[in-house]
Design a protein around this ligand. Structure first.
Ligand code: HEM
Length: 304
């Protein structure tokens, strides 16, 4: 029997096992058109999604680059979801960590498209049409961190002081670092950008946090008996790149457009961005147990 005959026989068996008539399916195959690249990749749909609100040419760059970031974040979350359902072994975890770092590196090295690839003057006009929207409202950034670590690691020193003794998921979200972008704890006033963001996503964040509780990446790591140096390095690399290098790259870009001449312009999301965006203020670390000897806080010395 030739290979082709063998394949046809396997196809016949496949449909028979489903209780279907194989002839119908094979005839269908005979007439079906082969798939094309543009259909498979959905190119036309993808290219129909950049809808600028002004005539400034660089607005398409701005929208397109944000969309690329969302696609990359989606791939990262795709990797993380797989880790929630499996008992992890070292090799698999190292492989996944390296994948996550690779994607984060893509986001860091390509960010010059934002920093150097747009006209300063044009950006500072078209960005005003986006108010009060802000990259701050990107939910995938928050979903990703919920998969990676316990909520307590997303609360900075100041926030820790406000937490009750046995915090609930809701308590953690009340004090999570990103609230500082738009919540004045003294007056209880929230920015519109933050209110809208919470209205849309806070329930989803809470549900996910409850679902992965005890099983986040950091907690899975803590259950490992004797983690290898290779694993520790892979986890530190991801933690540092995601929680220090990307935020600093992003902050430098904000400084270029909003504070180039010391003018300290207001951000579209209304945060006190110079302080809020700095890793020194956010103090985010997914895997703090890995930073006991060398500190992720080394960035404190960094001059930005
Ligand atoms: C010219 C380019 C950019 C500038 C000037 C800029 C500026 C800012 C500013 C000032 C904030 C503080 C929040 C606010 O008050 O609005 C912010 C937050 C944020 N932006 Fe951007 N941004 C830029 C590009 C991007 C891109 C391409 C992304 C990718 C999706 C992004 C994602 C974020 C995220 C996730 C936050 C929240 C950060 C956090 O909570 O730690 N930004 N951005």
């Amino acid at each position: 029997m030739t290979k082709t005959q063998q394949l046809i026989e396997e196809l016949v068996k496949k449909y028979e096992s489903l209780g279907e008539n194989p002839d119908t399916y094979l005839k269908g195959l005979l007439h079906a058109k082969p798939i094309n690249y543009w259909d498979y990749i959905e190119v036309e749909t993808l290219l129909s999604l950049q809808k600028p609100r002004t005539d400034f040419k660089d607005e398409v760059v701005f929208i397109g680059y944000h969309q690329i970031t969302e696609l990359v974040l989606n791939l990262m979350i795709h990797e993380l979801k797989q880790l929630m359902d499996t008992k992890l072994d070292e090799e698999m975890l190292i492989d996944k960590m390296q994948r996550l770092t690779r994607y984060t590196d893509m986001l860091i090295t390509s960010f010059s498209v934002m920093k150097d690839g747009m006209s300063y003057e044009d950006y500072n006009v078209f960005r005003l049409t986006l108010t009060p929207a802000s990259g701050f409202q990107s939910a995938q950034f928050r979903f990703l961190e919920i998969y990676c670590t316990q909520l307590g690691n997303l609360v900075n020193e100041q926030g820790q002081e406000g937490l009750p003794k046995n915090p609930s998921t809701e308590d953690y979200f009340e004090h999570i670092y990103w609230k500082n972008a738009g919540y004045n704890r003294k007056t209880g006033k929230k920015s519109y950008t933050l209110k809208e963001f919470e209205n849309k996503y806070l329930d989803d964040f809470t549900d996910l946090a409850n679902q992965v509780k005890g099983n986040t990446l950091h907690e899975q790591y803590l259950k490992m008996q004797v983690p290898s140096e290779a694993l520790i390095k892979a986890m530190r690399d991801f933690d540092y790149n995601y929680n220090v290098s990307w935020p600093l790259t992003h902050l430098r870009t904000a400084q270029k457009y909003l504070n180039k001449k010391g003018e300290n312009k207001a951000a579209t999301g209304g945060s006190k961005w110079q302080k809020y965006l700095h890793p020194r203020h956010q103090q985010r670390s997914f895997f703090p147990s890995l930073w006991k000897e060398i500190s992720i806080l080394d960035w404190k010395e960094e001059n930005v």
